[in-house]
Design a protein. Sequence first.
Length: 353
Amino acid sequence: MRSVVRAARDHERGSALVASILILALVAAVTAATLWLTRSELWVAGSARAFLQARYSAEAGVWHALALLSPGTDFAALVAGTGGVSDPAAPGPLPLPGGGLVAFPGPPFGYVVTAHAAGFERVRLRSSATAVRGARRSVDATVGREASAYAPAPLVALSGRIAVAPALEGLAPEAGGVGLDATVPAGGNQAIVAAASLADAELARATLAAAGARLAGGAPGGRARPFDVARFARDAGLAEDSPAVLASTQGAAGAPAALLVTGGGAPRLAGHGVLFASGGLELAGDVAWRGALYVAGELRIAATSCRIDGLVWADEVSFVSGCDVRLDPAALAEADPALRLPRRPTLLALDDP
């Protein structure tokens, strides 16, 4: 009888042991499956996050490219790889037209942007980005030109160098001093003076303020995107002439003129339209110009009277005599039919390829 009871107990203990082992095996299997599922979900979530990060990096590449593109009317030079960026001599780091991967915000994140023709006054920028886990994304941006001419300020002195003759300091424009008026219709964001950098713009503003110039409206200073003035005029088909041609009035209201002159001295400047100078230009005599004036070099004003309504753009400016320069969008719009004025690039569409 005792042997039977002992056997029954041993059998029960064996069954309990087997059951325990089976339960432990089941728990281990469930734990392993849970860990595998959790790991898989984490991997999927991490991959999705990396994919999204790559998408954001690709968009950053588009905005970086937009910040480097120069004002103009088309993108032919950009697509041809011969210019089209704010500093044609240093087109990198984006491959517009030369360069390579831009690490942003740091490796392994980065993007490469390439330019492709997309019709009249359009360009397609493809930004291809990389992220962690080997994630890659690309976006296509269609870029065009703004509707109105690029006018960041009534006076653009790219280098920030402005000189005002001591005799003019503290004089009102009508008394031979210097006046800049950036007052524009509501919604405008133009500055009083602009340069290639905010530091240079502040230098120019400080020089004018110290000379007692009248500065009205707008922000104190702003950044202007450079472009090749002489090349723009030549690419537009303008034939170069002598500044002596300016002795006669150019253009009229409703019939603006478009001219390209060499550097040198102009006996006067009167009329309506757009004037490009391929080198430094000195204005003498009576200056009464309505439109745009672009100078690839120093603009020197030594006039008997001077008023310009529209825009003045030069590398640097010297006021030997006074001048009143007023930003006038209407004057620029009137000059635009004579020659389509430079415009900033603008994003039209952003798509996944």
